[in-house]
Design a protein around this ligand. Structure first.
Ligand code: ADP
Ligand code: MG
Length: 582
């Protein structure tokens, strides 16, 4: 065959095949258009599993009489003007393809009236060809009726799934959109019978019920909206005891768009790790709001996939949200504390602990039975080493040991956390972040405190006053060797102001080098060291929890600001080896 450019009608059909794969895709595109038009109420009527009829009616903005034909032209859209807009897409549509694609493979009757106009317009089209157009009285909004879908594509018709299968898919689709858009009223009818309604009253209950059935809907755990790194996550997750054989019930909405994403799924499954039996999957419906510039929606003709600019932050936010919902609702059973036998345990010397140091060194075998853990030498400010920068997973706090360590479980084993070092790290990062933004928040003292210091210390303090004041202190000179403290940095929490200042002075005196190169960060590190909880201090479960949550949020959680490890990790595989399971 000689080469020839395809006729427009053939091109349209080929293109249509990508957008409209099956009757459910028509429903999805029309639904998205209605949502983009700001509809408060959307009715979907389906006959014959969508082959005979799909009619979607909305009370949205409608289409101006002058633009109705244009709406059905290929690459015609009101939602995008230039390529730059692609990075700011807030609407569900933007490709201007759906109506054209749908019209190319069916018979369409459209009635629409723009809210700003007095009368409506009716169009009739057959395989993309305009048959008739007339003015018509109609309420504001749009009704698109799609008849005889794929009548001109016998190959597609032959491979369509059963009517039942289409109905199931459509019902799932509607229920999920209803969950994602709780303020919109949705109605779904099959062959004249109403099968689903969400009243748009903002309650997720009906939609949950329709999407998941009564039992699961009741059991689902809600993730209240939470924001980290500009990413908001909310939704519902099944408790660990409810699981299913496949991953079909992992639903993700990103900026109101239902997307399939392998990596989001992995983040969720990772959060469930060790909570579900092997080969079993949870039911999850998550809604993410991310800045539009962070997500590329133009990856897929059906817009079912997206690409994230900073996937790690997204996956972390998702993992965190899911894991914390699971841990909150499924707390550790409170048991009586075990009696620990005194003295060294036989064989402990063989344990290989994974220890993080500032330099990222991993200490393999420590040797001596009495001291299985040998910590690498402190190496201040080496937190840039890779392993130190590795974030930690969400941990389940198990308790405190020896008034010095918090024990926690993660998806990958046991963590022993040095409470003092960890707290130093948490305070330090909070402090540095604020200082970097020049937004150090200070807590004003109810009563300004006067601090008397020895003359030598006074001169040290005087030299550092501007640095300290930039860090959230408000200290001013008050005579030869006295200072007036009006505020201290908020991150220090409820500490006695006098103590806070004198501990800074102690630090200044202790570390001469601090003076030489009065690095702000070094002062911060010093202040945090003083302000952090010490070994020997009992922490309530809530305090342990707070400490671990804080550590999870750190960018270099595995070392303290001075480079010492904050934690020891005993991986599942090490445990298995030690117990002779491997
Ligand atoms: P896209 O949604 O990508 O813009 P479509 O082919 O789905 O492309 O729709 C083309 C245009 O028709 C839309 O940009 C919009 O202006 C208009 N339109 C389609 N459906 C509706 C509707 N239900 N209400 C109002 N306008 C609509
Ligand atoms: Mg559209």
């Amino acid at each position: 065959m000689a080469i020839a450019v395809l006729a427009e009608a053939v091109i349209s059909q080929i293109a249509a095949g990508e957008v409209v794969e099956r009757p459910t895709s028509v429903v999805k595109e029309l639904l998205e258009n209605a949502l983009d038009a700001g509809a408060h109420s959307i009715r979907v009527e389906v006959e014959g599993g969508g082959r005979s009829l799909i009619r979607v009616s909305d009370d949205g903005a409608g289409i101006c009489a002058a633009e109705v034909e244009l709406a059905f032209a290929r690459h015609a859209t009101s939602k995008l003007r230039n390529a730059a807009d692609l990075s700011q897409i807030m609407s569900l549509g933007f490709r201007g393809e759906a109506l054209a694609a749908i019209a190319a493979v069916s018979r369409v009757r459209a009635i629409t009236r723009a809210r700003t106009e007095a009368t409506g317009t009716q169009l009739r089209m057959d395989a993309g060809q305009l048959l008739a157009r007339e003015g018509i009285g109609a309420p504001p909004g749009t009704v698109i009726a799609v008849e005889n879908l794929f009548f001109n594509m016998p190959a597609r018709l032959k491979f369509l799934k059963s009517e039942t299968s289409e109905r199931t898919h459509m019902a799932r689709l509607l229920a999920r959109y209803a969950l994602a858009y709780p303020l919109v009223r949705f109605t779904l009818q099959f062959d004249g019978r109403e099968v689903f309604q969400a009243t748009g009253g903002g309650a997720a209950r009906e939609a949950l019920l329709a999407a998941y059935g009564a039992e699961l809907a009741r059991a689902l755990l809600e993730i209240a909206p939470q924001t980290a790194d500009g990413i908001e996550v909310r939704g519902f997750v099944s408790p660990p005891e409810q699981h299913r054989a496949n991953r079909r019930e992992l639903t993700f909405f990103v900026n109101g768009r239902w997307v399939q994403d392998q990596q989001l799924s992995s983040a969720v499954l990772q959060a469930y790790h060790t909570l579900l039996p092997g080969g079993r999957y949870p039911t999850v419906m998550l809604q993410l709001q991310v800045p539009p510039a962070e997500v590329d929606v133009n990856v897929h003709p059906a817009k079912a996939e997206v690409r994230f600019r900073a996937p790690d932050a997204i996956f972390r936010a998702v993992g965190r949200a899911v894991r914390s919902a699971l841990l909150q609702q499924a707390p550790v059973a409170a048991g009586t504390p075990r009696e620990w036998s005194n003295g060294p345990q036989p064989g402990l010397g063989d344990w290989s602990w994974k220890v993080w140091s500032g330099a990222g060194a991993q200490q393999p075998n420590a040797g001596a039975a009495t001291n299985p853990v040998s910590l690498p030498a402190a190496q201040p400010e080496q937190t840039s080493a890779l392993s130190a920068l590795e974030r930690i997973p969400l941990l389940r706090v198990l308790g405190q040991v020896g008034l010095a360590y918090v024990v926690a479980e993660g998806p990958d084993g046991l963590y022993l956390i040095d409470q003092h070092a960890a707290h130093e790290r948490v305070l330090y990062e909070a402090f540095v972040a604020q200082a970097a933004d020049a937004q150090v928040s200070a807590q004003a003292l109810l009563q300004p405190a006067t601090v008397e210091v020895p003359p030598a210390a006074a001169s040290l303090l005087r030299q550092q006053l501007s640095t300290l004041n930039a860090l959230g202190f408000d200290i001013s000179e008050f005579g030869a060797s006295a200072f007036l403290v009006r505020a201290i940095p908020t991150v220090l929490g409820p500490v006695d102001a006098t103590r806070a200042v004198s501990s800074v002075i102690d630090e200044l005196e202790e570390d001469e080098s601090l003076l030489a190169q009065a690095g702000e960060r070094r002062i911060i590190a010093r202040v945090c060291k003083r302000a952090s909880v010490k070994a020997g201090q009992a922490l309530s479960p809530a305090e342990q929890q707070q400490l671990v949550r804080g550590l999870e949020a750190c960018s270099a959680p595995r070392t303290c600001p001075h480079g010492r490890p904050t934690m020891i990790h005993l991986s599942v595989s090490v445990l298995e080896r030690q117990f002779g399971r491997k």
